[in-house]
Every structure is written in C-alpha cells, then in structure tokens.
Design a protein around this ligand. Structure first.
Ligand code: ADP
Length: 397
C-alpha cells in the first residue's frame, strides 16, 4: 500500500512516499520544491519525480495522499478531506493563517489532479481531543470559547509518535497498542488494570511544545490556541500576558497587525538573543559569553522546566521524559541544562551518555534514575502515513 504524505507550504511542496504494506513500513522516496509559484506544476513535477525514481508507474497506485493538516472548526482526528472538512478548515483560517490557506488550496489541486485517490488529513490537534476539558479551556467568557478561543495544542503527530515509540521502548506494548487504536476507538480501550504509563514528551525544535501523556493519550500541552504560546519559539513569542498587545499598540504607536508581525517574526529566541533564531548559533554565542544569547538559552531552559514540572505534577510523577526534534535530538547541553538538579524528583541524567547521543534512540538516564530519560527521533510523516492507512482499512470494513 503506497501512501504519499504531502507537506504544503504557501511556496513549498515536500513529500514522502511510504510503502505501508503488511506490517512493514518503508520510505520509498522523499523530495520537495521551495519557492513554488505554480502549484499545479509542482504537483505534476512531484508525480514525475516519483515515476522517474521508479517508485510508482501511475498515480492510481497511490492508496491515498495524507496531509498533516493543522486545525478545523469542529473537526479533528484523521479524516477524509471532503468539502465539509475543507470548509471547516477555512472557518479557522484566522487561527492558522500561515497553514490553513495553503493547505486548502493545495488539497483542492490534488483533488482535481487525482480525483479517484482518497485525500486524508491528520489534524495536528487530533492528539489532544481526549484531554480533560479543564486542561483545554481558557478562563474566558462562553462566547469566546464558542468562537474557538481555547487551548487547541499542536505538534500532535510528533507527540503521538513519541507516545507510541516510548511505550515500545519501555516495554509497555499494551500502551503502544492503545496509541495505535487511539483514533479508531476514541481512546476507550482499557489497559486491564495494568500500571499507568506517564510520559512527558518534549518536542524542542524550530517550534517547541511539551505534552503530558497518560497511557498513550495527551492530557495537555504547553501550546495553546495557536502555536504562539508555551515555550519561546524560533521567531515567535511563546507565553505572553493578554494585556501586552493592547499595551504595546498604545505605547509603541504600532498597529495590531504590526504587533502580531513582530511577535511572530521578531520575537522568541530571535528577539531575546538579538542575534539568531537558531539554537545552534545561540548556544555557540552563549558559550563565548554573549549576554543576549545566554539570556535566550536560560529563558528557553527555564520555560521547558516550567512545563515539564507542570505535567510531572499532573501525572503524579513520570515514568519517562522524552526529548525529540531538532534541539531535543541533537543538543546535549540543552538536555543537560533542562535535567539539571532534579535528583530530588528521581530524575538523573547520565552525563556521558547524554553527551554522546545525537538523533538516535537512546536511554540517557542513569540506571538508578526513577524517571527514564530518552531521546526518540520523531517521524511526523510516518504518523500521517500510519493513520491514513488505518483510516482506509477501518472504513473498508
Ligand atoms: P522545525 O521545528 O522547523 O522542523 P527542527 O526540529 O529541525 O525544526 O529544529 C530546528 C532547531 O533545532 C534549530 O534551533 C537548530 O539549531 C536545532 N537543530 C536542528 N538540527 C540540529 C543539529 N544537527 N545539531 C544541533 N542543533 C540542531
């Protein structure tokens, strides 16, 4: 079963083709185009590239095209991208202005180009649909909530990957199976009295979020109504007081649009460091004594600890803390700073193992650490392919 996973940006198209036959999953091809001005041509060129690579001879061989869609009104999970779902996405264009419009446009073009191939979306919000309501609400008037102002949370594909893989690595195959069934049975499968599995998943990258996971399902996340909250992001602000924007508009004499632009383009690690939005450059400059870089680094680490602490309490401890994404997988010094001085909570990092680990699945805690610390490279596209396959198989029965 060949499943194409397409990542649509406003001027980019990236793809991976998986063979998900039987129980094996193989990446057959990956590629992409930047600075796309003619999207129909980019789709044509993508199909031509797959044919030239010999991985398909005709697009009818595609069992489906899967998309990592972001957010839609009253729709989440893994669903067929029909007119109703595309309208629900359009209704929330304002919540995801950089993502929803190009996805809607791109999906319509895929539908025109290959009308018989099912188009399926795995929403980034899907992993949070079973979180307790209290963790997803803001304390706003009811009309605000009804308008979509709530903690939706994102990076769902990545945190779901971590939920399944960490359960496997911890020998909890019952929980891994529960994660696999999550969107099929609505998180209703029970663990038959087995001990709970408590995981704190730290996706630290260009954008970062931390998610608490109980028995394979999210209980909450550091991200909120938009990816503009929680930890500081590369150029984006992270958590900010609700009064800050109207105050900035009045006192700095800028428009609300300019305030939004600055908070999404000039803020976060870039704004704090005054130097770069890239954690590698920030860490190097901090090591050389740059004060702005050190501040950005310290703020990032402190924010990560804040959210890990929040879920540690909510989960009544943790069996594992998992690091993933560009920073989490590769930057040992940042992992060490986040895990420093937590022996009192049973969190003990093996400094040598940590320092030696880059982007490989590894346990980096000491043998006597009550909480296991893991590095698990994420694979969001594979999650999209897996859920797409599950939906196809499920709807065939
Ligand atoms: P995105 O969230 O845009 O997908 P990534 O997950 O790749 O991005 O994360 C980007 C961040 O991770 C940057 O701050 C970068 O410095 C850091 N990063 C990515 N790859 C590496 C690497 N090989 N070594 C060190 N840092 C890395």
């Amino acid at each position: 079963m060949k499943i194409l996973v397409a990542n649509l940006g406003s001027t980019s198209l990236k793809w991976r083709l998986f063979d998900c036959s039987n129980n094996a999953e193989r990446l057959l091809h990956k590629g992409g185009f930047e600075r796309v001005t003619d999207y129909p041509k980019a789709i044509e060129d993508c199909l031509a590239a797959l044919k030239a690579a010999g991985v398909i001879t005709n697009e009818s061989e595609l069992a489906a095209v899967g998309f990592k869609t972001v957010i839609a009104k009253d729709v989440t999970g893994c669903v067929r991208l029909d007119e109703r779902v595309l309208s629900a996405m359009a209704a929330y264009n304002g919540l995801a202005p950089a993502h929803n419009p190009p996805y809607i446009t791109g999906i319509k073009l895929f539908a025109q180009r290959m009308p018989t191939v099912p188009l399926i979306g795995l929403f980034e919000t899907a992993f949070y649909q079973f979180a307790p309501e209290a963790m997803t609400r803001y304390a706003v008037p009811a009309a605000w909530h009804a308008a979509g102002i709530r903690r939706w949370s994102f990076h769902g594909a990545s945190h779901k990957f971590v939920a399944e893989r960490s359960a496997e690595l911890l020998g909890r195959h019952d929980v891994a199976e529960r994660v696999r069934r999550l969107y099929l049975d609505g998180g209703k499968s029970s663990l038959n009295g087995a001990a709970p599995l408590r995981v704190i998943s730290c996706h630290l990258g260009g954008s970062s979020s931390i998610t608490g996971i109980l028995n394979g399902a999210a209980i909450g996340s550091s991200m909120g109504m938009s990816p503009q909250s929680g930890l500081p992001q590369n150029n984006r602000v992270g958590d900010l007081d609700a009064e800050a924007i109207p105050y900035a508009v009045k006192t700095l004499g800028i428009t609300i649009e300019e305030a939004q632009r600055q908070l999404s383009k000039e803020a976060g690690l870039k704004g704090l460091s005054g130097l770069s939005n890239d954690m590698r450059e920030i860490a190097e400059a901090a090591a050389k004594g740059d004060a702005g870089a050190k501040l950005a680094l310290d703020h990032f680490v402190s924010s990560a600890r804040h959210w890990i602490g929040a879920f540690f309490l909510e989960l009544n401890g943790a069996d594992a803390i998992v690091f993933t994404a560009g920073i989490g997988e590769n930057q040992a010094d940042i992992r060490a700073a986040i895990c420093a001085n937590l022996e009192g909570l049973g969190i003990k990092l093996d400094l040598a193992k940590n320092a030696a680990t880059r982007a490989t699945e590894t346990v980096i805690s000491t043998p006597d650490s009550a909480v296991k610390i893991l590095v698990v490279p994420t694979n969001e596209e594979l999650v999209v392919a897996r859920e797409t396959k599950r939906l196809l198989e499920h709807s065939a029965h």
